[in-house]
Design a protein around this ligand. Structure first.
Ligand code: PLP
Length: 565
């Protein structure tokens, strides 16, 4: 069943999370959605990739919100057999001196343009394994450091081995974030110099050969995004067998740990450092982010490949129909959307009204709240975490109320906080308090369990897409790009993609802080929304941003600059 994917050499794309579809909860947020869009575009363009990720049988988590605004988490199990096919290969990695067997499922991404992309889902839930080892691939970003390191050993080490066992010929390895950096160790092991050829103190592996094969994309300047593991833990989990000495397996080589420390940091195993050390192509995900990353990692050249979103996935039905009619070919070449100004104003407005209705029907079904179609609707949905500042809009509730007296507004919010992110959870509670305090003046609804399906409705059905991160923490941000595909302008702090995407008054507006946010809303954005010029802003958004901020362009850049080296 793999035959069709084995005929040509492929780029192995490793990612801890991939958003394959809404029913498959193997993702937590933007990183996974980007990985999914990357593979959807690869399928569209016929690029030879094979993706590797964990099967995450109990997902990230399902979010419920109780009456006081507390996030409740429960497992979000899924059945791989329903969507993927079990592959006939197993490999072992030794963890804590036990053989942990790793099996694989094949999920195939099918492009609406006809292409197909294979995704390998790694699974340790096998009868051969001890009960705790069967759970290694259960929870995405769950458990403690030991659990996480085991997952990363499975992803990086077993991932490389299973591709070989399945018969893939790999032309390059692309690490989407540092979680998979142990693949570099696995590759070094296969490029060890014969011990007899080595002189004392010489590096025992062909590092240049490994670097030629690896590419690394870093995704965040936020510290928690860079995994670090204590060497005491590393030494406990890595045994002489997982981490064979270059001389073929004897003692847990002090040499090997010395090499690891040299590559991954002396104080702790830093997965970002390791990924940098084994890759000869490194990039950030927006121009500003590449500059920030270059400062974080002196001595490395960090290029910029600005993120995008997958055109078909993120365009609402009503807009797909319009684009098919007026700019056929837009799914393959979104550049054509620069000609979307040929679409009559009334049809743009009607397509938006349809998307807004779809969202409002969902809001009503999910919360009972009835939003009004004539009222300016602000949307804010993303992972709930401190640097995203979901509370910035609510800095001064009296000011917000007085703005709404002049020009009515309503707000739709959504987002999950990581189960251990107490600040993120506090922000969710706070948003619920603000919603109560504003009731009667500004309707505010919070939709639980933000996922792909909800995101699709939100980015198309709101009128204005809000983003208020603390610079320079937003590496890229992609939800504003999704909104743009639906003619929804952004109102955002200039950080990440918005530095490149904002043409003031044409594709949206930039604001610096809460006070300029209020000023601009009151004096510019809302008067425009309630005036005759709004459709011009929608068309400015449609013609200027989707043509660039899409994963077809992004993947053509990875293909020509990172993969074909
Ligand atoms: C797009 C998306 C994100 C990322 O949004 P940002 O604006 O980059 O924070 C997170 N979660 C889901 C479900 C998404 O679709």
């Amino acid at each position: 069943m793999l035959g069709e994917f084995l005929q040509e050499a492929r780029v192995a794309y490793f990612s801890m999370e991939i958003a394959l579809r809404s029913e498959i909860p193997t993702y937590a947020g933007g990183l996974g959605v980007l990985a999914g869009d990357t593979l959807r575009s690869s399928a569209d363009l016929g690029l030879p990739l094979v993706a590797v990720t964990l099967v995450s049988r109990t997902g990230y988590f399902h979010q419920d919100i109780d009456a006081s605004g507390n996030q409740q988490e429960r497992p979000e199990g899924w059945d791989p057999a329903r969507w993927a096919r079990k592959l006939d290969a197993q490999v072992a990695v030794r963890i804590e001196n036990r053989a942990v067997w790793v099996g694989a499922w094949l999920y195939v991404i099918e492009s609406n343009l006809g292409g197909r992309s294979p995704v390998i889902l790694l699974d340790t839930d096998l009868a051969e394994n001890e009960p705790p080892d069967r759970q290694i691939t259960d929870v995405l970003y769950g458990g403690d450091d030991a659990y996480r390191l085991k997952q990363e050993m499975v992803l990086g080490m077993a991932g490389v081995r299973i591709l070989r066992a399945l018969g893939f010929v790999i032309s390059a390895y692309h690490m989407n974030e540092g979680h998979s950096a142990l693949l570099g160790i696995e590759l070094l092991r296969t490029h060890a110099y014969p011990p007899d050829d080595l002189r004392a103190g010489e590096f025992p592996y062909d590092l240049p050969r490994v670097r030629e094969q690896c590419r690394f994309t870093t995704h965040t300047p936020v510290d928690a995004g860079h995994d670090r593991f204590a060497y005491s833990l590393v030494e406990r989990l890595f045994t002489s067998d997982t981490y064979e000495s270059h001389s073929g397996g004897g003692a847990a080589g002090p040499v090997d740990f010395a090499v690891l420390r040299e590559l991954a940091g002396q104080d702790s195993l830093n997965m970002t450092r390791l990924a940098l050390a084994v890759s000869d192509f490194v990039n950030g995900v927006a121009k500003r982010h590449a500059e920030v990353s270059a400062r974080m990692f002196p001595g490395y050249r960090v290029r910029a490949i600005t993120n995008g979103v997958h055109p078909y996935t993120w365009t609402a039905k009503s807009f797909r129909a319009l684009f098919d009619q007026y700019v056929p070919g837009w799914c393959h070449e979104p550049e054509l959307l620069s000609r979307a100004d040929a679409i009559p104003d009334a049809e743009v407005l009607a397509a938006h009204t349809a998307a807004k209705k779809t969202l409002f029907d969902s809001v009503r079904a999910l919360t009972g709240a009835v939003l009004r179609e004539s009222v300016a609707t602000l949307g804010f949905a993303r992972r709930m975490t401190a640097y995203k500042r979901p509370d910035l809009l609510f800095t001064d509730l009296e000011r917000l109320k007085s703005i709404a007296r002049e020009h009515p507004i309503q707000v739709v919010l959504a987002g999950k906080a990581h189960p251990r992110d107490e600040e993120g959870k506090r922000l969710i509670r706070l948003l619920h308090e603000h919603a109560r305090a504003l009731s009667g003046a500004v309707p505010v609804v919070f939709l639980a369990n933000y996922d792909l399906a909800l995101a699709q409705q939100l980015v198309a059905g709101c009128d204005i897409w809000l983003n208020t991160p603390l610079p320079p923490m937003e590496a890229s941000g992609t939800s504003g790009m999704k909104a743009a595909f639906n003619g929804v302008p952004s109102l955002s702090i200039p950080d990440g993609w918005w530095i490149e995407g904002c043409i003031e008054g044409v594709t949206g507006w930039s604001v610096e802080d809460s006070s300029s946010l209020y000023d601009k809303l009151a004096q510019v954005v809302l008067p425009c929304f309630y005036g005759p010029r709004w459709v011009a802003v929608m068309k400015g958004t449609l013609t200027k941003n989707p043509m660039y901020f899409n994963t077809q362009r992004m993947m053509r850049r990875y293909a020509t600059e990172a993969y074909l080296r």
